[in-house]
Each structure stands twice: as C-alpha cells, then as structure tokens.
Design a protein around this ligand. Structure first.
Ligand SMILES: Nc1ncnc2c1ncn2[C@@H]1O[C@H](COP(=O)(O)OP(=O)(O)O)[C@@H](O)[C@H]1O
Ligand SMILES: [Mg+2]
Length: 317
C-alpha cells in the first residue's frame, strides 16, 4: 500500500505540492487528475523516490521512500512523463539491459524479458531499434520497462499522452488487466480515461487535493446529473408550465424550440429520475415525444467546479 503524510514540495518560493495526505490500497486504479501545473508529476516523482520532499513522509508497502529509496523502488514500477529511452538499442536489447540492472541474470532474465514483451504486445517489433518505433510501441516499451521487476505498485505519468484512440485503448486495457493485484496510480488530464479505468479519482489543483471519490460518485455531483432532456411537439408556454408542475421537477429550462416543437431540460429535486412522470405528462396532453435523454452527470462539469472554486469533495460527501 502507499501512504502519504503531509507531503510538501517547494521549488524556491513556489509550493508545487501543498500538504497532501492519502492512503491507497491494493486493487486500486487511482486516477490523479488535474490541470497542467497542478503538482501531479511532482507528487509521483516523490513517491517514486526520485525527488526529495520538502516536508512529510511516504511509505510503500511499509518501506520509507525518503530514507530508503532503493529499497522502496523494488516495489515500484515508474513510467515518467517523457521516458528517456536508449534510441539506438532494439526493444529486446533495451529490456534485457534494464532486466540486468534490476538484477536478473541468465535464463531468468531471458524469461522475464520474454514475459514483458508478451504482456506489452511488443513481439512484432522486438528486434527493431527504439527510434524507429511508432509512438504507441514506444509508449509500451516504456511500460514494459516499468513492469520488468514485477512491482506491486505502478506509477504512470500520463501513460496515454499523445497516443491515437486505438493505441490508447490498448494501453488502457493493459492497465485494467493488471489492476487486480497491484496498486496503479496514473496521472492524466483526460477525463474519459478516468471514467474508463479508474476505481478512485483524485482531483488535484494548485498542489492540493480537491476531490477524492469514485468516478461515479463524482459524476453525481454534476449539476446535470439526472436532468432530463425532452423534445416534445407542444407549444412552449404550455409545455414549460406542465413539466414544471411535476412534483420532482425543480426547474425547467427551454434549450431551443419553435412554435411546434420544444427542447426542454428538466432539473430534478433531490436527483429524482424524471422520465416516467415526464412521459406521463406528455401523454395526458397528447404531445408527441420525439426525443428523451437522461444525463448521467459529467466529470468535466465537476472538474471545472472544483478546480475553479474552494469546494472540496471527499468520499463520504
Ligand atoms: N524542477 C522544478 N523546478 C521548479 N519548479 C518546478 C519544477 N518541477 C515542477 N515545478 C513547478 O511545480 C508546479 C507543479 O508542476 P508539475 O508537478 O509538473 O505539475 P503537473 O504534472 O500537474 O502538470 C508547476 O508550477 C511547475 O512549474
Ligand atoms: Mg505532469
């Protein structure tokens, strides 16, 4: 497990990480989400043992990272933001070299390199020099490097940055497949990534934790959660009045429309679902419903809310 206690990092007068504390348990895929400059990379580098905190402590599986970085790094696989790769080496020779650095020799080394080549789907390019690889294969070579010593903790700094949608999917699937018996912590500013693979999400802004929750619970904080958008053949004023009269409707907003057709957004009271009662109202008025959508809430909405205000969202909230 990872434990951070009152972690602070200052660069001169600038505070990049401002008193962060949290625990992460096995089986968690933690998405570290935040705008550029929020302090994601700085935090990850400190956990990885490559940067000294100004204050605070970090332990991984009980090992103190600050005082015993080498011992801690045996538990950690780290994929930096811009991985330095040895461009003129082939994938196979690079990974063999890393395996050697990690203490593997002989048959065990060959076997381990084969395993990560398999796991990261690098077989077709294993004898290719790294500088001739596509971005997707390059990224997976970095990933393989981080996996070599089979660490129980993986720290991935923007693992899908710069990949096309297909390549992103491959990397995300690999991360999900590995999640069960590891801790995976990844930074991203891509909201859909968090939705796709993370079981826990932390929003960080200006070096502080602004939200710590599940993607689903966080989406429910969106002002659009369980709003109903209905397109109905009806006159505007009558439709607005009729839907407004539904008990669970807090507010009706007319999004667009003309004399015959209206698109309305119905905001619920207390997150109550509105579809059934809205259809019933339309039916009783003999208005045809041409479209109906219930909104699941949007992370970008919540992201904006917590990174631009003083709100803090905790799991219990
Ligand atoms: N080596 C450094 N020297 C000075 N300032 C730094 C250094 N590394 C990061 N910073 C500053 O710390 C803040 C957080 O940066 P970073 O952790 O890279 O953010 P993120 O990864 O969330 O984009 C930024 O303001 C950045 O300019
Ligand atoms: Mg970064």
């Amino acid at each position: 497990m990872i434990r951070l206690e009152h972690l602070v990092k200052k660069f001169g007068p600038r505070t990049a990480v401002d008193d962060i504390s949290f625990d992460v348990e096995k089986g968690t895929v933690l998405g570290f989400l935040g705008p550029n400059g929020a302090g994601k990379t700085t935090t990850i580098r400190m956990i990885a043992g490559y940067l000294q905190p100004t204050e605070g402590s970090i332990t991984v599986n009980g090992v103190d990272v600050v005082n015993h970085p080498t011992a801690a790094q045996k538990h950690i696989g780290y994929m930096p933001e811009n991985t330095p790769l040895y461009d003129d080496m082939t994938v196979w020779s690079f990974l063999t070299f890393i395996a050697e650095v990690r203490g593997y020799t002989g048959a065990a080394r060959r076997q381990r390199v084969d395993e990560v080549i398999e796991a990261c789907m690098l077989r077709p390019v294993r004898h290719q020099p790294i500088d001739t690889l596509s971005k997707g294969y390059r990224q997976r070579t970095c990933f393989a490097q981080a996996l070599l010593h089979n660490p129980s903790i993986l720290l991935l700094d923007e693992p899908t940055e710069g990949l096309d949608p297909n390549q992103k999917k491959v990397v995300r699937d690999m991360i999900s497949d590995m999640a069960k018996d590891k801790i995976i912590m990844l930074s991203t500013h891509v909201l859909e990534e968090v939705e796709a693979i993370c079981s826990r999400v932390m929003i960080i802004s200006e070096g502080r934790i602004k939200a710590d929750s599940t993607p689903r619970a966080l989406r429910k904080r969106s002002s659009l959660y369980n709003t109903l958008t209905i397109e109905v053949l009806a006159p505007a004023d009558k439709a607005v009045a009729a839907f407004q009269a539904i008990q669970d409707v807090k507010e009706v907003v007319r999004l667009s429309g003309d004399e015959q057709k209206q698109t309305l957004r119905l905001y619920p009271r207390d997150h109550q679902p509105l579809a059934v009662s809205a259809i019933d109202v339309a039916h009783r008025n003999k208005w045809m419903v041409t479209d109906l959508r219930s909104d699941q809430g949007r992370l970008d909405d919540v992201f904006r809310q917590v990174t631009t205000t003083d709100d803090v969202i905790r799991k219990s909230a």
